[in-house]
Ligand binder design. Sequence first.
Ligand SMILES: NC(=O)c1ccc[n+]([C@@H]2O[C@H](COP(=O)([O-])OP(=O)(O)OC[C@H]3O[C@@H](n4cnc5c(N)ncnc54)[C@H](OP(=O)(O)O)[C@@H]3O)[C@@H](O)[C@H]2O)c1
Length: 252
Amino acid sequence: MQVGLIGAGNMARALARGWAEPVLCADPLPGRAAELASEVGGEALDSNRAVAERADVVVLCHKPAQLEEVARELQGAARIVVSILGGRSLADVEAAYPDTPVVRLMPNTAVEVRRGVICYVAGGGVDAELDGQLRELVGRLGIVVGVEDRLIDAATGINGVAPAYVALIVEAWSDAAVKAGLPADLATRMAIESALGSLELLRARDQDTLAVRRAVTSPGGITARGLAALERAGVRAAFVDAMDAVTERARS
Ligand SMILES: NC(=O)c1ccc[n+]([C@@H]2O[C@H](COP(=O)([O-])OP(=O)(O)OC[C@H]3O[C@@H](n4cnc5c(N)ncnc54)[C@H](OP(=O)(O)O)[C@@H]3O)[C@@H](O)[C@H]2O)c1
């Protein structure tokens, strides 16, 4: 399936790097599209419509507010539309592209290394054969999760924001170790590898967070003291506030 990207920004780049196959793309800044095409192969075209006319499937990688404006440009040319637009429901995209099969995705930038978590919801115009083809295409980028459209905003509060949250946590964690005397490079590498190993362990233990936590938390021990300090600092409340902030913004 020839993929066409409408917009050549951060998410388009991550998707194209993950697919590692030639793409067609367009962007208001022609240099940006040309750079992407020269990196992954394919062609930068001079309009969104030219991309839609040649692509089997167009992936909307512009900003959410541009849905209607871009749809007017692509009307009648797009054969299959895949939207990654945050906060724009499947119904919004289907209304903008009537009579066109539409799929809504919510990916994250880890698709670049094929470790993405990608929420997937297909519209009414997608038959079983097309659904299978699109799931295969998206599945090359990581794990595909079926999520009801009404829950995608909440899901975004996990997968969409994950690279930023995890980067912040690694940074804060290693900075704290630097304060305690560890060299910065070593602290960062240790935080990343410790997180990766602990996540693998959680998966091996059937996602049982409490059991994994209890197994390393001896009464009165150092882990118990560290955890208590994190709780005092409001780590759980911070995640609840962050989720509220994300879902509120996505709905506005
Ligand atoms: N970043 C993420 O982690 C993430 C995760 C999930 C979903 N998304 C969704 O992915 C989409 C893109 O996000 P992003 O972070 O990649 O933003 P971005 O880096 O700003 O990329 C958007 C690109 O679209 C271009 N564009 C603007 N108007 C256009 C038009 N009329 N036709 C074609 N392209 C146009 C922008 O150009 P200008 O800069 O010149 O305006 C920019 O190059 C958003 O809808 C977002 O909700 C992002």
